[in-house]
Ligand binder design. Structure first.
Ligand code: IMO
Ligand code: MG
Length: 462
């Protein structure tokens, strides 16, 4: 029997939006030259937004794996994913012209759960009911769909959806139960016409799903791994993990490397590398503790009450003495606006205690640092090295901690687009070395801009 190649898991170490899509895309491109690949999503759903630049055009993937733009790469939407058929269909429409091979290269796990329209209404109703304690979900029915799956009651599998008769019966049962919950538990008023429109799109999406390659996640992945390199592509980030993240202000899936095992059907020993993606600073969308948020509660209130357009005409200096202005400047420079929802991302400094926690949870072997170039104009760069009166991290106490910062010297030079480590200014190298030393994991990649080739490969992955 042929020996399987060890899998590479790539995931975010922060609150999502670390720039994972770009790294996967880069690795897919470079490694597809030496090996056949399988790129797989193992958790989450259309709540993810992975931006990839392709020939100057920005493509955002939500549910699709990031290997779709490569001709000889297989892509799997694994068992642990929530499949939103409406969003999936739209996504595919958008890439058909640049990925004419999409159909033969895309595989959907029959064990995956299908998102139904009424689950989105429940997401909505739950957020309303949470009032001030709302999570700020993406509204893509992630929580309700996973709850239904784990509750083993109102879930619809891909396997059931592709069988016309089973689907009809099952869908009606689920819809009835959801409407009942919405009425009785949430006194939620349904817009009947709106629901009918959504159902129409949904049924179209189900028909479309039936035309795709439906496979069994575990057997497909393990067989494919005999002659393909598996990239398991994480969505969201470690700190949004349903169990080990900041409780309730999280997503509903396992975003850690263990999630790749249960979300695809592979054994832990089959994972060879875990690449952790860390943005050179930090961002968070939605509610929840964020110890290094620049401007603290003032900035939090601002980001909840404003839109991108409100900030477009500001021209604050990144070195502004007012932290809120500095935060806005960083957001504008880093284009930190949600790819899925368009919301303002809250911005903060790099938090090393949390990064250490994430590295330990995932068994990270190499680091990828993104958006280094965004820090180019800072005089000095604060990095959180610990919390006052505290050792390590207690996720339940994250609301109350106060960060201790070390200020590193800024490089004040342009690093955008650099491709060799030697070209980096001394202070930028110092910043990276400091991260490596504190975290005890080598930096393999550094992204210096959004385009595919704006990347430094410091250590080869394979
Ligand atoms: P990518 O893959 C950033 C956040 C939401 C909310 C919480 C729960 O682009 O990094 P959910 O809709 O999942 O129930 O929302 O999780 N969130 C993300 N934040 N990037 C993402 O994905 C996210 N997906 C969900 O803002 O706080
Ligand atoms: Mg995102």
């Amino acid at each position: 029997m042929q020996r399987k190649k060890k899998a590479i898991v790539i995931l975010g170490l922060q609150w999502g939006d670390e720039g994972k899509g770009k790294f996967i895309d880069f690795l897919v491109l470079s490694l597809s030259k030496v090996s056949k690949l399988l790129v797989a999503r193992f958790q989450g759903g259309s709540n993810a937004g992975h931006s990839i630049e392709f020939n100057g055009r920005q493509v955002v993937f939500h549910a699709l794996p990031s290997g779709m733009l490569e001709k000889n790469t297989q892509n799997l939407i694994g068992a642990g994913v929530n499949v939103d058929v409406v969003s999936l269909k739209k996504e595919i429409e958008e890439i058909k012209d640049i990925a004419p091979w999409w159909k033969e290269n895309l595989f959907i796990a029959k064990e995956a759960t299908v998102v139904v329209p009424t689950a989105k209404l429940i997401d909505n109703a739950q957020e309303k009911a949470r009032g001030k304690g709302k999570i700020g979900t993406t509204g893509k029915a992630i929580g309700p769909t996973y709850s239904d799956f784990y509750g083993r009651t109102d879930d619809l599998s891909v396997y059931e959806a592709v069988d016309e008769d089973v689907f009809k019966k099952r869908y009606e049962e689920i819809k009835k139960s959801h409407l009942d919950t919405l009425a009785k538990k949430y006194s939620f008023e349904i817009d009947e016409q709106e629901l009918r429109n959504q159902e129409e799109e949904f049924f179209d999406g189900i028909k479309f799903l039936r035309t795709l390659n439906i496979v069994s996640s575990a057997s497909f992945t393990n067989t494919s791994m005999k002659d393909r390199q598996l990239f398991a592509e994480g969505a969201q980030g470690t700190l949004l993990d349903v169990r080990f993240g900041s409780r309730r202000d999280v997503t509903s899936s396992h975003t850690t490397s263990a999630g790749a095992c249960v979300g695809l059907g592979i054994a832990p020993q089959s994972i060879g590398e875990v690449i952790g993606i860390l943005k050179a600073y930090a961002t968070r969308v939605g509610s929840g503790p964020f110890p290094t948020e620049i401007g603290g509660t003032r900035a939090y209130a601002w980001s909840g009450n404003h839109k991108r357009a409100d900030e477009e005409n500001f021209n604050y200096d990144i070195n502004d003495a007012d932290p809120l202005h500095q935060e806005i400047a960083l957001r504008t420079l880093g284009r930190e606006y949600g790819a899925t929802t368009g919301r303002l991302r809250r911005c903060g400094w790099l938090d090393l205690p949390l990064a250490k926690y994430a590295i330990e949870l995932n068994g990270v072997t190499k680091l990828g640092i993104t958006k280094l170039d965004i820090l180019d104009t800072l005089d000095e760069i604060p990095v959180c090295i610990g919390y006052e009166g505290y050792d390590g991290v207690d996720m339940d106490n994250l609301h109350n901690v106060k960060g201790i910062y070390k200020k590193l010297l800024g490089w004040k030079k342009n690093t955008r687009g650099l491709t060799s480590y030697e070209e980096l200014p001394k202070e930028a190298k110092d910043y990276l070395s400091f991260i490596e030393q504190e975290l005890g994991v080598p930096v393999a990649f550094i992204s210096t801009g959004p385009a595919r080739d704006e990347m430094i490969e410091k250590i080869p992955i394979i």
